[in-house]
Design a protein. Structure first.
Length: 331
């Protein structure tokens, strides 16, 4: 008896799982952290095409592999009707789009695609990944960001998509690194490092209204993450920001991240404990080496900073009480 051929598209993969009686499996995208923090500018439609492409990559793919995306498939995933004229323009523009990647003491400017073809009348896009970019996208074992295809496609703002990528890189820690506003704007192509192009949203009120608030609203409503942002003043003006991140699905598996466990996760955890006034060495060690308490610490810190837990006088004492550590020493 002939065997059933393997599914060849995202839609067929979902159908196959459903017919087999298995629950739907969220499609995951992986990319190197250098891509997550790269400077690039794309429309929301162009980004959706790239995200769909990334979900199709496989570690066994050979150089020159052509990836076929069906428009109907993308419409089902996004729940939106794709204008075929705009789609053709987006595919044409993608060939010229590039990433500016900072990697140690060097930088790389590279296009995402070696070729792109839109087959009129068939509703099919054929894409080929640039060979220079393949190491940042395929067979990643560490230093990568993982996020859900459905989540990122559900976002309509291109800034929400970028912030979701950044937040996903730090979702296992509970908060992102602190970015200078210049650094953040460079990544989102809101500011030109050379100064040749005019800076967008120079007024902090406009940055909040048109970028940050929209990103938070869409990400919290449509993705697996819940985020908030914190603007930080230096002197009389805002100069930095960071995002607080919580996962809405606690069963998701923590993933490696660029700074390493001790340099990032433990560093943030120690900072959180210090801010809570929990500094007794044995107690700190106990919390940091107990996975359930460490997870509880990140969860408590996020909720406390976002106002979901209110304790103006003794937040550290409340954390200890909630986690059965009452009577342990605090300094």
């Amino acid at each position: 008896m002939a065997s059933t051929p393997p599914p060849t598209s995202i839609a067929e993969l979902k159908t196959s799982a459903r017919l087999a009686g298995a629950p739907p499996v969220p499609i995951e995208i992986r990319q190197h952290n250098s891509i997550t923090t790269a400077r690039y500018d794309m429309s929301a439609l162009e980004m959706d095409i790239i995200f769909a492409l990334l979900s199709r990559l496989n570690k066994d793919d050979k150089p020159g592999t052509m990836y076929r995306l069906r428009v109907q498939e993308l419409e089902k995933l996004t729940g939106r009707e794709w204008n075929y004229h705009r789609l053709g323009i987006a595919v044409d523009s993608l060939v010229g789009r590039s990433y500016h990647i900072e990697d140690g003491n060097s930088w790389l400017k590279v296009t995402m695609l070696a070729s792109a073809e839109y087959l009129k009348g068939q509703g099919v896009i054929e894409l080929e990944v640039s060979e220079k970019l393949r190491p940042y996208l395929i067979n990643l074992k560490n230093n990568y960001t993982s996020y859900k295809l459905h989540s990122v496609l559900s976002l309509t703002s291109k800034y929400a998509k970028r912030v979701y990528e950044l937040a996903s890189q730090w979702k296992d820690i509970g908060e992102t690194k602190t970015y200078s506003l210049d650094e953040f704007k460079y990544m989102l192509a809101l500011k030109d490092p050379t100064g040749k192009e005019p800076e967008q949203y120079q007024q902090i009120s406009n940055l909040k209204k048109f970028v940050l608030d929209i990103a938070v609203e869409q990400i919290n409503a449509h993705t697996d993450l819940t985020i908030s942002y914190e603007l930080i003043k230096e002197g009389r003006s805002y100069q930095k920001l960071c995002f607080h991140v919580a996962q809405q699905k606690l069963e998701q598996i923590p993933l490696p991240f660029e700074l390493g466990i001790e340099d990032a996760k433990m560093q943030v955890a120690r900072k959180n404990l210090d801010e809570l006034g929990i500094r007794e060495p044995a107690l700190v060690k106990h919390i940091l080496t107990t996975s359930s308490l460490l997870a509880a610490l990140f969860d408590f810190t996020y909720k406390h900073k976002t106002g979901k837990i209110k304790s103006s006088k003794n937040a550290g004492g409340l954390f200890l009480k909630i986690n059965g550590l009452v009577g342990s020493k605090m300094k």
